[in-house]
Design a protein around this ligand. Structure first.
Ligand code: XLS
Ligand code: NI
Ligand code: NI
Length: 433
């Protein structure tokens, strides 16, 4: 045991009326919601990078956190792992997620990076065995090191493409070895700063080829998890190619991968793309590519990916409604891709941030389940489209313009507008919150 979380108890469910800061008010792992324990609906994961690797910097100042593991040695990496697994246990989160660069010291070469990663993977394996904590997903950090400043797969320099491909291979190996349930690709710097120096067509082909290689390797190694892309429209580059779910779907179609790759949808990224979180979830569901979620929020005044812990239950209820309508998670889960504010220095801040986030998710899930079980929203939606379920409605889709024009004439079709009843539905949703 390290002494990082000294004095902080394991968090247990105590119900909504408790006065204890160190307790769950809504997240009751074994409580059954729609026929399934809450923990199996929510499948929480802690993100290694924000919780343990992020130093607290912003564009105006550097590190505010002063953790004892902040040095580039293997010893420090192991101390970081010890502390991380202590947090997973205090919170009782079943999963975690990591990038290679979060967990191992940066080496001077690909070989050194790989060696460091393998050593940490073995260390993780022991800890996972001892604690029962599992890996939701692994990923490669192909955006922090300066070699990736002009992209990874989309870099104008083929050597960077090669270095990236090799790094992805080692991260897929690590994920497989640890029994990870997904492998994530977030397009870190796959985008451009200016069109003046960018060959967009070429970069698109490079990204498509890299993804095909990832899928081929998945099958070659027998990885049974899902390959997930995480869309994001801006940040760090001015324009990110994986803008949103619909854009990525077009890209997958072009490279024949729409049956191979699903989406990891992040709340804050949806907002940056000018959508709502529930829009992106619903879109992925309708396209058959819903996979997993990154559960964090933006500050709506900042217009940036501020990665805060979620706390907006009404919004989350609508998001979980779409998750439930998608049939829930299979390999996916809810990763807290969220970081503390840089003034939140204490170990307890990290624990309480997760407690609040987990409780907000649980409250959102319960509200969503109640909406779905009552069925009033779905009944209203079905009633709105009922015309399409009649014989005339069904045949219409198979007609052509000529025959439709004839029948509109013959039947004197003259539709009257019907209310969308939005406010009534909004009032209905409020009753579940
Ligand atoms: C950044 C992304 C990143 C991915 C993993 O905005 O959210 O954290 O989730 O590379
Ligand atoms: Ni993310
Ligand atoms: Ni993000």
């Amino acid at each position: 045991m390290t002494d990082f979380f000294k004095g902080i108890p394991a968090i247990k469910y105590e119900g909504p009326n408790t006065d204890n800061d160190y307790a769950f008010r809504h997240y009751n792992p074994d409580e059954v919601v729609m026929g399934k324990p809450m923990k199996d609906h929510l499948r929480f994961a802690a993100a290694y990078w924000h919780s343990f690797a992020w130093p607290g910097g912003d564009p105006f100042g550097g590190q505010t956190f002063d953790h004892p593991w902040f040095s580039d040695t293997m010893e420090a990496a192991k101390l970081k792992a010890d502390v991380a697994f202590e947090m997973f246990q205090i919170l009782n989160v079943p999963y975690f997620c990591f990038h290679d660069a979060d967990v191992r010291p940066e080496g001077n070469s690909f070989a050194e990076n790989t060696k460091n990663l393998e050593e940490i993977v073995d260390y993780f394996a022991q800890k996972m065995d001892a604690t029962g904590v599992k890996l939701l997903w692994g990923t490669a950090n192909l955006f922090s090191h300066r070699r990736f400043m002009s992209g990874a797969a989309t870099n104008p320099d083929p050597d960077v493409f090669a270095f990236s491909a090799a790094t992805i291979k080692t991260c897929m190996d690590a994920t497989m070895k640890l029994g990870g349930e997904n492998y994530v690709l977030w397009g870190g710097r796959e985008g451009y700063e200016t069109l003046l120096n960018t060959d967009m067509g070429r970069e698109r082909q490079q990204a498509g080829r890299m993804l095909q290689m990832v899928v081929d390797y998945k099958h070659k190694m027998g990885f049974e998890g899902a390959i997930l892309i995480e869309p994001k429209p801006q940040e760090p580059t001015k324009h990110q190619y994986d803008y949103d779910v619909a854009t990525v779907y077009g890209f997958l179609k072009e490279f024949g991968l729409e049956g191979e790759v699903k989406m990891n949808i992040e709340q804050g990224h949806a907002i940056l793309a000018g959508h709502s979180f529930e829009h992106e979830l619903a879109m992925a569901r309708e396209l058959g590519i819903f996979g997993s979620i990154d559960m964090n929020r933006n500050d709506y005044q900042s217009g940036w990916d501020t990665d805060q812990f979620p706390n907006n239950v009404p919004e989350m209820a609508l998001a979980y409604y779409e998750v439930l309508r998608a049939g829930g998670f299979t390999t996916g889960g809810a990763n807290f891709d969220a970081k503390l504010r840089r003034q939140s220095l204490d170990a307890e801040d990290l624990i309480l941030a997760h407690v609040g986030g987990m409780d907000a998710c649980a409250a959102g899930l319960k509200a969503a389940a109640a909406m779905l079980e009552d069925g009033k929203l779905e009944a209203a939606r079905n009633a709105r489209y009922a015309g399409w379920d009649t014989d005339a409605g069904k045949t219409l889709m198979n007609c052509d313009l000529d025959s439709i024009a004839e029948s509109v004439l013959a039947n004197k079709t003259n539709p009257e507008p019907i209310s969308g009843r939005q406010e009534r539905l909004e009032n209905l949703v409020s009753r579940y919150l």
